[in-house]
Design a binder for this molecule. Structure first.
Ligand SMILES: Cc1cc2nc3c(=O)[nH]c(=O)nc-3n(C[C@H](O)[C@H](O)[C@H](O)COP(=O)(O)OP(=O)(O)OC[C@H]3O[C@@H](n4cnc5c(N)ncnc54)[C@H](O)[C@@H]3O)c2cc1C
Length: 375
């Protein structure tokens, strides 16, 4: 039986990034994934790196989001160096479009809120907006320019992260689900997957929306899936060059010329279908933002499951069992938050203390509710 410093349950962008980070600190790491890693939410994501708060919950995530975005260029460089693969990072900014009679006041409120959060969102005129991005809809009534926003191809990134981790010595075991988390003398010391026991000093649950289904983990990680559908378009002319976002959806250009349009937000359990209603909603929003997309060819559609939590905040940190850690629940922002999450979790595991205050994300915040429900 092999012993590791850390076992990570789940090889999505979160598990992969943390494995890479721990391996650079010379820890021996095993990732166990029940399928080919990187095929769930991290495969389905649009790839916007958008730190600005869109709801009251997002305010709590802002310090981690800003730190994570700031560390992206160096993170990508390290991953690309180690893997030899391109992660398709783009720092083109985002144009936010507002529609209707209240567009201008809505834009001004959002821009002021972003600036309060330390983000340099600018209100721009239609002429300025068209100069930034000629493909935009002239029916919009207000525009904001978010120059700090970036985007990335999540599939390319996740593949590069997992390759980089392997090249740093991380062992990747796939095709077997972790079905038991082992504890002895009050501490966690390994897992059982496919009948095989692996031992380690630390176990990190990073199984995305499936985390609640891992042996007894729902008390720390009561995750649930929120389905998001995506349509990939191949425009023949006047394609957007930066991310465009409105109230009803977004479009994200890729380096290969495709434009990724999203998304829905549905409670559909673990069903990953693409529906006529979902596609119709996405295409309506995409062509509202950039009317020229109405002649684009639909080249692909898919859906994925965002890992949501009861308070919509991530779940990060130690549990009340020594050696058992949680890193999940990144909901709509797991791609953005991956480098930051890997860093704070590595600081916690290796140095005993993260460099950001993360009490709001504690896995113990659900324990009382869980005990009540179990009675
Ligand atoms: C349509 C859509 C659009 C999105 N757009 C964006 C965006 O623009 N920007 C952004 O930042 N985020 C976005 N997200 C959110 C982002 O995709 C997620 O937050 C992120 O990918 C979560 O990563 P993860 O590693 O936690 O989970 P996942 O990628 O879901 O990985 C979890 C892994 O755990 C494995 N697993 C599960 N159970 C077990 C088990 N018992 N044993 C072993 N392995 C197990 C799974 O096989 C999987 O590989 C989007 C999501 C969707 C669905």
């Amino acid at each position: 039986m092999k012993t590791f410093d850390a076992i990570i349950v789940g090889g999505g962008i979160i598990g992969g990034s943390l494995a890479f980070e721990l391996a650079t600190r010379k820890l021996s790491v095993l990732i166990i994934d029940r399928q080919v890693p990187g095929q769930e939410a991290s495969w389905a994501a649009a790839g916007m790196l958008a730190p600005e708060p869109e709801s009251a919950d997002d305010i709590h995530v802002l310090p981690l989001a800003r730190m994570s975005l700031a560390s992206y260029p160096r993170f990508v460089e390290a991953i690309e160096d180690a893997s030899g693969l391109a992660a398709q990072f783009r720092s083109d900014g985002t144009l936010r479009l507002y529609f209707g009679v209240d567009g201008e006041s809505e834009r001004d409120r959002a821009a002021a809120c972003h600036r309060d959060a330390g983000l340099s969102t600018e209100s721009v005129s239609i002429a300025q907006a068209r100069e930034i991005e000629p493909s935009i809809a002239t029916s919009a009534t207000a525009f904001a320019w978010l120059p700090y926003e970036c985007s990335i191809d999540p599939r390319a990134l996740t593949h590069a992260v997992l390759t980089a981790a392997e090249r740093k010595g991380v062992e990747l075991r796939h095709g077997t689900a972790v079905d038991q988390v082992l504890t002895s003398n009050g501490r966690c010391d390994g897992v059982v997957a496919g009948g095989e026991t692996s031992r380690s000093r630390h176990v990190v649950i990073a199984a995305g929306c499936f985390s609640a289904g891992v042996d007894r983990m729902s008390r720390y990680a009561p995750t649930c899936p929120v389905r998001g559908q995506i349509v990939a378009l191949q425009p023949s002319q006047n394609a957007p060059k930066c991310v465009l976002r409105g109230h009803n959806g977004y479009v994200v250009p890729r380096n290969d010329g495709r434009v990724i349009a999203g998304s829905t937000s549905e409670n559909a359990g673990f069903e990953k279908q693409v529906t006529a209603e979902g596609i119709e909603q996405i295409l309506r929003a995409a062509t509202e933002l950039a009317p020229s997309l109405s002649s684009a060819v639909i080249v692909d559609t898919w859906s994925g499951l965002r890992p949501d939590t009861p308070d919509h905040l991530p779940i990060l940190g130690p549990t009340d069992i020594e050696g058992l850690w949680i890193a999940t629940g990144h909901y709509r922002n797991g791609i953005l938050l991956a480098p930051g999450t890997a860093r704070v979790m590595r600081e916690w595991i290796v140095d005993g203390q993260p460099s950001l205050a993360l009490e709001k994300f504690s896995p113990l915040r659900f324990a009382a509710e869980h005990r009540k429900a179990a009675r």
